[in-house]
Each structure stands twice: as C-alpha cells, then as structure tokens.
Design a protein around this ligand. Structure first.
Ligand SMILES: *[C@@H]1O[C@H](CO)[C@@H](O)[C@H](O)[C@H]1NC(C)=O
Ligand SMILES: *[C@@H]1O[C@H](CO)[C@@H](O)[C@H](O)[C@H]1NC(C)=O
Ligand SMILES: *[C@@H]1O[C@H](CO)[C@@H](O)[C@H](O)[C@H]1NC(C)=O
Ligand SMILES: [Zn+2]
Length: 491
C-alpha cells in the first residue's frame, strides 16, 4: 500500500521533471549554462615534455581538463581561446590534436530527458502497466522507464524509497543515510543483503561498498550504481550465485555521494564537477571530493587553487561529503563490520584503476592480487557487451623523474583511503564508458548496457570474495617471508 502512495509521490515529483525537461537539439531552459561556441579537443602525447608543456598551459588558462592519460589529454575550450592555447604549445602537439566534440551545446542538452519521464499513468514510471502493485514485486520491470533516462536527485531518492518499501519486508533492502551534504541534502544509500533484519545473528559482517556521483557531471556512475543495486535485488531469487553473495555480504550502494554538485548539474551547469562548498575564494566554490580524503592528502604539497577543478580544500576531510562517508564507514567498522571491497565508479575512459593513487613510487602490499582481480573485472566488463576496459595504476603512470608523473598527483583519493585506512583489500576506481566520443555527456541509451556490464563485474567480485573471504593476503603474509617490503609496514 505504501508503494502505491510512493508511486503517486513519484508522479508528483515528475511533474517537476516535466517542467525541467529539455528537447534534444534545442537550447536548454533558461538558467542552464549552454556551452555555445565550445568544443572538446584531444591532444595525442608521446613524451613527458609534451605532457608537461600542456599541463602548464592548461593550468595557467584554468581550462577544464576532461581526461589526462599517458597517451592523450582531452580539454574543453571556447572556440575563441583555441589560438591562445596553440600559440603556447610545442609544434609536436599542434600536429597531433583533433576535435572530439565539435558541438558541445547540443550534446550537453541531449543528456537531459527529452520528454517528461512519466507517462499518463503514475504506474508507467516503473512498470509498463501490467503488474498490479499487490503482486510479487520482483516482477516489476523498473528498467522499462526508470533506466531509459538519467534521473534528477529528487527522483532518485523517491525511487530508492520505493525500492526500500518493496523489499524491506523481506529483510533484503534498507535505505540508509550516509550523512548530509554541505547544503543539507541527504546522501542516501541502499543496503542490500539477505537477512539484514537479523544483524545480531552472528553471521559474518562484511561490506562491499559501491559509490557513484563523486564527481557531479559523471552521470553514468550514478545510474550504474542504481542499476547494479536493482540487478542484485532482482536476480536474488533467480541466480544462486547472487543469492550466495548476498547471504554473505552486505552491499552498500551510494549513487550520489555529491548531491549538491549533482543537483547543480541538473539546474545550472551540466559540466560541474566538484561539490558546492564555500572556499576561501567566494567566486570559486566547490571541493573535489576525490582529493579530500585523509590518506596522503595533497601529498605533493602542491599549491592548491580553489578555482581548479581538482581543489581538495585547505585540510584533509574539509569536504563535508567526504568526511560524512568516513564517519559513517568508521562507525560501521566500530559496529563490527569490515569493508572487504570498494568500487568507486567514475567516468570516462573505460579503465579499472588500482591503488595507490597518490604516488606511483609506492606499491600496495597485495599489488599482484589487486591487479589479478582488476584484470578479471575488466574481463567481465568486456564479456557483457564487448567494451574494452584497460587496467592501470590510479597514480596515472610515471614520467621521467625530472618531470614526475604525466598526470597530476592524486593525493587524498577515496580508494587509497579505504585501501589503507580501512584495510579494504580490494579497492578500485572504475572509469566507465566511453573512450571520448561523448565523454561526460554519454547518451542515455548507454545507461542499461553500462549498468549491465558493471553488474557482471561486481558479481564476479562478490564471487571471488566468497571463495577466499577477501582475506587471502593476510593469510599469505602470515607465513610468507617473501612479502614485498613497502612503506606500508603496518599492513
Ligand atoms: C606528433 O607529430 C609529430 C610531427 O610533428 C610526430 O613526429 C609525432 O610522432 C606525433 N606524435 C604523436 C603522439 O602522434
Ligand atoms: C591520436 O591517436 C589515435 C590513436 O593512436 C589516432 O587514431 C589518431 O589519429 C591520433 N590523432 C591525431 C590528431 O594525431
Ligand atoms: C553508528 O551506528 C549505530 C548502529 O548502527 C547507529 O545507531 C548510529 O546512529 C551510528 N552513528 C553515526 C554517527 O553514524
Ligand atoms: Zn570522476
């Protein structure tokens, strides 16, 4: 009965969505930043000198760097500034650049739902008019409508409440709150497992955490977290492996870790990346949550600039949302839970990234196991739909000593924090689709296939952790004197 109420509630919310909806190809509604006369260009790079030159110019011009890898750099730039950029670059770079996205305004507008996501009947939002709410909720086909479009924050929250109300009675799902954002929004999560209602029953308490929406504009990460949550719930009765995994582990799915920034991408600026927290420069708000965690925070001592897209704040955990996640996770640890797996979903470039992020010079103690599982994650991602994902270190590869890594240092990342501070043996950042055709502006017909390949990969991870409890490194190291020596002496 409650779910009928919630369906009504959702339809009410979606009248709001209707008002905010946009027609692809037309300028978006008043108030939304339009990105007319802007493009995304890619520079191929083949050596560290080119990378350093590009980094310097891009930092000076405060350009929006979309991707910075060992082989290429993607940059958003207004057309009229291109000549200022090229004037400052070595000729080898000039010969090797191409336009990835020539019409940014249209591509950005097309990512918003083209029609109100709600049909005439409120029920249509979730299942196309067949199953009455009183029947088996597992027969609902939420994928029909919900996953055809990206959804705004209020609809995501309402959807999570609905899923909670459908399955809480079976002890399978709990909607929980990780904490509150800087602007006071909830950071909601779905906790999924079998017998959640019997926490005190003495079963092993282990958590696999999956986060998305750390960077506001990476919408495919948010939709994928929800899609994977839904897939686990829905296949529990059909798939014995999923059942086994959920009997053993609690999954905690956090689709929007950065709700303020996410909401801002819907209302004001589709390409906003950071949170919306005040900084010491009032005209440059926002902290990069993935530079805000307290392990090896800002390890390079880089002069941080609030207007930069990767500004991590003045001190570790200054970003409210990062600090709330840490408080919640530490509390879970205190309550006897152990984080055995962590997947932080981002976009784009189709990569599985392995700790550490803060430095290429330090290797995690269980690096071989981390890489082996990363290769298997990439394999299961590919086996679903044929999309290739590569495996790399999150530090971004290293250039010559004199220049340092090709990519900026990435201290204070979430995966390093969980790996090192909470001893989460399998901690990864996964950059989802695509490889640059649309970048952050991935069309919504990718939501289901991208979610599906992520589900297959996470199912693999659960299965792997079932086999050896995710503790094999501790067991190995107990009797293995050849353990690689690292600076991680406490591990
Ligand atoms: C870039 O162009 C130069 C010619 O100016 C060429 O020698 C070099 O191999 C190119 N590099 C890449 C990465 O394509
Ligand atoms: C950049 O590199 C890619 C892959 O190596 C290649 O296909 C493309 O043509 C290159 N673009 C330019 C402008 O050199
Ligand atoms: C810590 O966990 C307990 C038990 O789940 C909960 O009641 C409490 O609210 C949590 N405290 C915080 C600060 O999250
Ligand atoms: Zn990201």
């Amino acid at each position: 009965m409650r779910s009928i109420f919630l369906l009504g509630f959702l339809s009410f919310l979606c009248l709001d969505c209707a008002r905010a909806s946009r027609i692809p190809g037309l300028p978006p509604v008043r108030g939304l930043k339009e990105y007319q006369e802007q493009v995304v260009i890619r520079f191929n790079i083949s050596n560290a000198q080119d990378a350093a030159a590009l980094r310097t110019v891009v930092d000076r011009m405060l350009l929006d760097v979309w991707d910075f890898t060992e082989s290429h750099v993607d940059i958003r730039i207004p057309n009229q500034r291109i000549r200022f950029l090229t004037r400052a670059l070595p000729s080898s770079l000039l010969d090797n650049h191409s336009v990835l996205i020539p019409d940014l305004a249209r591509v950005a507008a097309a990512t918003y739902p083209s029609r109100p996501s709600l049909g005439q009947s409120p029920h249509q939002f979730f299942h196309q008019g067949t199953t009455p709410a009183s029947q088996d909720p597992l027969k609902y086909d939420i994928t029909d409508v919900y996953f055809h479009n990206y959804q705004p924050y209020p609809v995501i929250v309402a959807w999570m409440r609905l899923v909670d109300s459908m399955f809480r009675g079976r002890g399978l799902v709990q909607m929980i709150n990780i904490g509150k954002s800087y602007e006071g929004r909830d950071i909601p999560a779905l906790r999924v497992g079998i017998r959640l209602d019997q926490v005190a029953s003495g079963r092993r308490r282990e958590i696999i955490l999956v986060t998305g929406g750390v960077h506001a504009r990476e919408w495919i990460s948010t939709s994928s977290v929800n899609y994977v949550a839904w897939s686990f719930i829905q296949s529990m009765d059909k798939d014995p492996v999923v059942k086994k995994i959920l009997e053993r582990f609690d999954f905690v799915f956090v689709p929007v870790l950065n709700p303020d920034g996410f909401d801002y991408t819907w209302e004001v600026d589709r390409l906003w990346r950071k949170s919306r927290q005040r900084t010491k420069m009032s005209y440059c708000p926002g902290l990069d949550l993935d530079h805000s965690f307290s392990y090896q925070w800002d390890s390079e001592g880089r002069q941080q600039e609030p207007c930069s897209g990767s500004y991590g704040g003045e001190e570790p955990l200054q970003a409210v949302e990062a600090s709330q996640l840490v408080n919640w996770a530490r509390n879970e640890t205190k309550n006897g839970f152990k984080f055995v797996g962590y997947l932080d979903l981002h976009s784009y470039s189709q990569q599985v990234l392995v700790p550490y992020s803060f430095s290429c010079q330090v290797q995690p103690p269980n690096i071989e196991n981390l890489q082996e599982v990363a290769m298997n994650l990439a394999k299961h991602l590919r086996l679903s739909n044929g999309e290739f994902y590569t495996v790399a270190s999150a530090c971004g590869g290293s250039g010559p000593e004199s220049i340092g890594p090709f990519v900026e240092a990435r201290g204070g990342s979430a995966i390093d924090y969980f790996y090192h501070e909470l001893k989460t043996r399998y901690s990864y950042q996964i950059k989802l689709r695509d490889t640059g055709s649309y970048g952050f502006l991935l069309p919504s017909d990718n939501i289901i296939p991208a979610g599906e390949e992520m589900f297959q990969a996470i199912k693999y991870l659960g299965d792997f952790l079932l086999g050896n409890n995710g503790h094999e490194w501790l067991q190995e190291s107990a009797g293995d004197e050849r353990e690689p020596s690292t600076q991680d002496d406490e591990l």
